[in-house]
Ligand binder design. Structure first.
Ligand SMILES: Nc1nc2c(ncn2[C@@H]2O[C@H](COP(=O)(O)OP(=O)(O)OP(=O)(O)O)[C@@H](O)[C@H]2O)c(=O)[nH]1
Ligand SMILES: [Mg+2]
Length: 425
């Protein structure tokens, strides 16, 4: 096991910066550090050292060195990290010296990939890490951290051991050629336990997918032409994103504006005003608006309640409140012009959007994970009283979980995942 080559990369952001972190991992990491620094500090003790170019013996930089011995390191290999001055030339010179010692520039995500291959983390944790690096809102950060920290991985371990236990009981029953009545009771108990586990998996599957956290809750603004939809989008976003004119039918295409409301990611979607029209372009726009309204997770309706599409999360909005129109019952009055009602609307949106997310501390699944869990649940549901078939169902559900954690046949998923990582991670 293990990689024979040693990789190096700048793991911190793009220079120039105050400090840069260069990471090396592999069997040659310590020898290279020795060649640059003369000697190595004890593992896990940050120590100041002067680095010299091994070719010319000229000084490279004064750095903090930090070593981690295999296998107790992030990658499972020997790791040496250098905290150097973050100038472009400094970083380039150290990387060049490392390359001259036979180290190779790491591919994006290669450190994490080694951690996965060396069993330091599983696929779920690697996905969590990728999400953590991409997290832009507080809710994304919290969810990603839970995954990276192994919350779901632990849960999968528990499921796996329960299935293993069921498998063991099934095998024992198969081997046991004794009293038929006794075997029958045991088999039906086994089936019941398998079904109970399937039901438990279903509750996990019923939770919203994590993609919601990433892509944002879709908030669609719809209504008749000139209702003030685009103006409202601009007011909510606090920026001029959509064209506003007094000509009905201004907005043709749907416009997406990503936004974080109270730490919750949403996408505002401005749509064409709904009306019958002979204009070919506007007709397409209206069709798009209708389909966006259907796909909406929250629908802001800026028209008469009587014309509103049915939707589980519909907010009725009365626009242009500054014009002094009579108050509409059940509607939230807003004015894009004066800003009246906008903070209240943002507050309501934040509350509804947050309610569509998994509760705090509750782990939800992404699409890939959900597919594997659904597979496992399906297998458990097919559990039959025929012991051989039952044993086979249990085995298949274990394989589904292995796919989830990356212990089995997931090369494609691994490649897809690591294409998301940046250099030096
Ligand atoms: N007084 C006042 N006028 C507004 C307000 N919001 C929008 N308007 C005006 O109403 C007209 C239509 O606004 P838009 O935001 O383009 O309306 P829309 O619903 O996007 O219209 P379409 O894209 O054509 O369907 C413009 O002249 C806006 O200036 C408001 O809160 N108060
Ligand atoms: Mg518009």
């Amino acid at each position: 096991m293990g990689f024979s080559d040693t990789i190096a990369a700048l793991s911190s952001g793009r220079p120039p910066a105050a400090i840069a972190v260069i990471r090396t991992s592999g069997p040659g990491a310590k020898a290279a550090a020795n060649a640059l620094a003369g000697s190595l500090p004890p593992p896990r003790e940050a120590t100041l050292r002067t680095l010299y170019d091994p070719r010319s013996r000229t000084e490279l930089d004064s750095v903090m060195i930090l070593c981690f011995d295999a296998p107790r390191s992030a990658t499972g290999e020997d790791i040496v990290e250098y905290q150097c001055h973050g100038g472009r030339a400094v970083v380039a010179a150290i990387l060049d010296a490392l390359t001259s010692l036979g180290l190779r520039q790491a591919e994006p995500g290669e450190f994490t990939r080694r951690a996965l291959v060396n069993g330091r983390i599983d696929m779920i944790q690697a996905e969590g890490l990728a999400d953590l690096l991409e997290a832009e809102t507080e809710s994304q950060r919290q969810a990603a951290l839970a995954f990276a920290g192994g919350l779901l991985s632990c849960q999968v371990d528990i499921w796996q051991s329960r299935i293993l236990d069921l498998s063991a009981r099934a095998e024992a029953a198969i081997d046991y050629v004794g009293d038929e009545d006794e075997t029958a009771t045991d088999t039906s108990a086994l089936c019941r336990d398998a079904l109970a586990l399937a039901t438990e998996l279903d509750t996990w599957l019923a939770r919203p997918r994590t993609e919601r956290l990433k892509d944002g809750i879709r908030v669609v603004i719809a209504g008749p032409p000139n209702a003030g939809k685009s103006s409202l989008v601009n007011a909510l976003a606090g920026a001029d994103r959509a064209i506003v004119t007094d000509i009905p039918g201004t907005t043709r295409d749907s416009i997406e504006v990503p936004l974080a409301i109270e730490g919750v990611p949403v996408v505002l979607i401005d749509t064409a005003g709904l009306r019958e029209t002979t204009d070919a372009v506007e007709t397409i726009g209206v069709a798009r608006a209708r389909s966006e309204a259907k796909r909406a997770e929250i629908l802001l309706w800026l028209g008469d309640l009587a014309d509103a599409p049915t939707h589980p999360h519909l907010l009725l909005i009365a626009t242009k409140s500054d014009l002094g129109e009579p108050v509409v019952k059940g509607a939230l009055s807003v004015s894009a012009l004066t800003g009246a009602g906008i903070p209240q609307l943002l507050g309501m949106l934040g509350t509804v959007a947050a309610s569509l997310f998994p509760a705090e501390g509750e782990v939800s699944l992404n699409r890939r994970q959900a597919t594997a869990v659904a597979d496992a649940a399906d297998q458990l549901r097919t559990a039959s009283t025929d012991l051989l078939l039952l044993a086979e169902s249990l085995r298949s559900s274990r394989v589904a979980f292995d796919r989830l954690t990356g212990r089995a046949g997931v090369e494609d998923a691994i490649d897809a995942l690591f294409s998301r990582f940046c250099l030096g991670k």
